[in-house]
Design a binder for this molecule. Structure first.
Ligand SMILES: C[S@@+](CC[C@H](N)C(=O)[O-])C[C@H]1O[C@@H](n2cnc3c(N)ncnc32)[C@H](O)[C@@H]1O
Length: 532
């Protein structure tokens, strides 16, 4: 195997480079696993833009680290929370055309090791100059912390403490590129750059994957009116808030909270720039929405009537690991959420903060629809709202593998009507009442009205179910089918069903054979003797 590998590398800048197939052969894994290792940060490509080309040294290094036991369970799920890798969230750019220009700014920041805050400050000042809010500033003015002249007092109030906070030696003469470069027209350039510089580990810890603008825009078009009172309870740098402000006339009707101080600073600046001709203090603050922002009735910013939002829209964090102390408080504040899932806390909190007939639109992982753990929040949703629409979006975030849905609900009690399901080019309605009767309140979006009728009919006739009559388990993921699976019967091998052997109503004859070596496979179901 290693000989085959020896013959198959190319040379780039005097360094041997492997393509994905050869890297897979050398490591003894499938190309799909190589892709996963790249996405999870274990394996580095030669450059960010060189998809699946690897320096031979990098691949050899990984191989010897696996051999030495330095990397345990590499073939299991990567622990993203520890990666120092950064990545550029291409999906956050509106037109795709600006990618190269934005990428060159990110590269400048990385190559020159510009720290996060100075980098964002210089880009912010650059934007303000282009908007004619900052009259003039060169790099020496910033290094020497000279007085700058702004046409907008609120923006001046946001920027001045930022400049004072940064040690002068962190800003160098050669960083003037950031202060003067061309910045493409984008809704949230600062947010994009912040996401691109932030380490993947930090992003995954707080669930900070910002939402692509096309997804946000659709929500706004569907629900927001010019006098709506709107809220993003975990607003990040303000993608949703900026989209709201395309329709809403009074910036004081736009509310946002996030516990990330830098993100809030950017969000405030974004809104102030958007409404640069108005005098106002943005209703965007740095708090922990789940723990600090009221215990429902204690909720207060500056506005006591803040509770009654017309629309709450966001992409809440998913799967956040809470500390013991926080968990204790969360259990006290939200006793009905047993799953300890961050998006469920955000949903519950948002339902409470919404006005009667108000609308929630959340971007969520598909798992909310059917995974048993989430039955708590499904029951709360079914009993407190009419689900208006579920849109199946599939994968939308680079580096997040989970399929994604959009869930739109209207707060109300009483009789429930129909839910619109949008899945690719399919568009149909299902009755919410049916879901209330489903086991674990499963939102079975894949069964349309006809499917539901067939299932009901089957249940109404004499029937037997598999309950207590069968064991089941997830099958085998070998990690490399070519290596472990053969197509003819051989001593020591046993027949195995692949997904494609299982058809609707028919189990085909198995055409593949495997030697059962669970310790060598990427994933296998626990080995148990079935009890009948
Ligand atoms: C997936 S991002 C969404 C940002 C923005 N709403 C968007 O869609 O682009 C989730 C955000 O939730 C914030 N967050 C996580 N837990 C929070 C909490 N308990 N209170 C406030 N913000 C929180 C993170 O800092 C992050 O900015």
């Amino acid at each position: 195997m290693e000989n085959r590998f020896e013959r198959n590398f190319i040379i780039d800048n005097n360094e041997a480079v492997l393509n994905i197939e050869n890297a897979a052969i050398f490591l003894g894994i499938s190309t799909a696993t190589v892709r996963n290792w790249v996405k999870s940060g274990y394996l580095q490509t030669i450059r960010e833009d060189a998809k699946y080309l690897f320096h031979r040294k990098e691949v050899e290094n990984i191989k010897s680290r696996i051999k030495n036991g330095d990397i345990e369970k590499l073939n299991k799920r990567a622990n993203k929370s520890k990666t120092n890798k950064t990545f550029i969230p291409e999906e956050y750019i509106q037109d795709g055309v600006s990618f190269n220009e934005l990428n060159s700014i990110v590269n400048f920041i990385k190559i020159n090791s510009v720290s996060l805050l100075p980098a964002l400050l210089l880009i912010a000042l650059n934007l303000l100059k282009k908007e004619k809010i900052l009259l003039k500033a060169d790099i020496q003015d910033i290094i020497q912390k000279k007085d700058l002249f702004f046409t907008n007092k609120e923006i001046e109030g946001e920027i001045k403490p930022w400049i004072l906070e940064i040690e002068s030696e962190k800003i160098k003469e050669e960083f003037s590129f950031l202060l003067d470069c061309d910045i493409p027209q984008q809704r949230d350039v600062l947010g994009f750059l912040y996401q691109s510089i932030l380490h993947e580990g930090e992003k995954s810890q707080s669930g900070s994957y910002y939402t692509p603008s096309n997804i946000v825009n659709e929500i706004i078009v569907n629900y927001v009116k010019k006098d709506s009172k709107v809220f993003d309870p975990c607003c990040g740098t303000g993608q949703f808030l900026l989209a709201f402000s395309d329709v809403i006339e009074n910036p004081l009707n736009i509310y946002g909270i996030d516990f990330d101080k830098i993100a809030v600073r950017i969000a405030r600046l974004n809104i102030l720039i958007k409404f640069k001709n108005k005098n106002f203090i943005p209703n965007i603050i740095c708090k922990n929405t789940l723990l600090e922002v009221g215990n429902y009735d204690l909720f207060s910013l500056k506005d006591k009537s803040i509770k009654d939002f017309d629309i709450i829209a966001t992409n809440p964090p998913w799967g956040v690991h809470f500390s013991g102390g926080d968990l204790e408080k969360l259990n006290k504040f939200y006793p009905e959420i047993k799953s300890l899932e961050s998006f469920s806390y955000f949903l519950k909190k948002s339902i409470d903060l919404l006005s009667e007939d108000g609308i929630i639109s959340f971007i969520l992982p598909e798992s909310i629809l059917s995974v048993k753990t989430h039955k708590d929040i499904r029951e709360i949703i079914l009993n407190n709202s009419q689900i208006i629409k579920i849109v199946y979006l599939n994968r939308v975030f680079k580096n997040v593998f989970t399929p994604v849905i959009r869930l739109d609900i209207k707060k109300c009690k009483g009789i429930k009507g129909s839910i619109q399901i949008c899945k690719g080019d399919k568009n149909y309605f299902v009755k919410q009442k049916r879901w209330l009767n489903n086991q674990d309140f499963i939102f079975d979006i894949h069964a349309d009205g006809v499917d539901a009728k067939i299932i009901n009919k089957i249940y109404q006739t004499n029937h037997t179910t598999l309950k207590n009559r069968a064991d089941w388990a997830l099958g085998i993921v070998t990690g490399d089918n070519k290596k472990f699976i053969i197509e003819e019967a051989r001593e020591g091998f046993e027949p195995i069903y692949k997904g494609k052997d299982v058809e609707k109503f028919v189990l085909n004859k198995p055409m593949n054979y495997i030697k059962f070596l669970p310790e060598k496979f990427q994933q296998v179901a626990p080995w148990q003797v079935p009890i009948f």
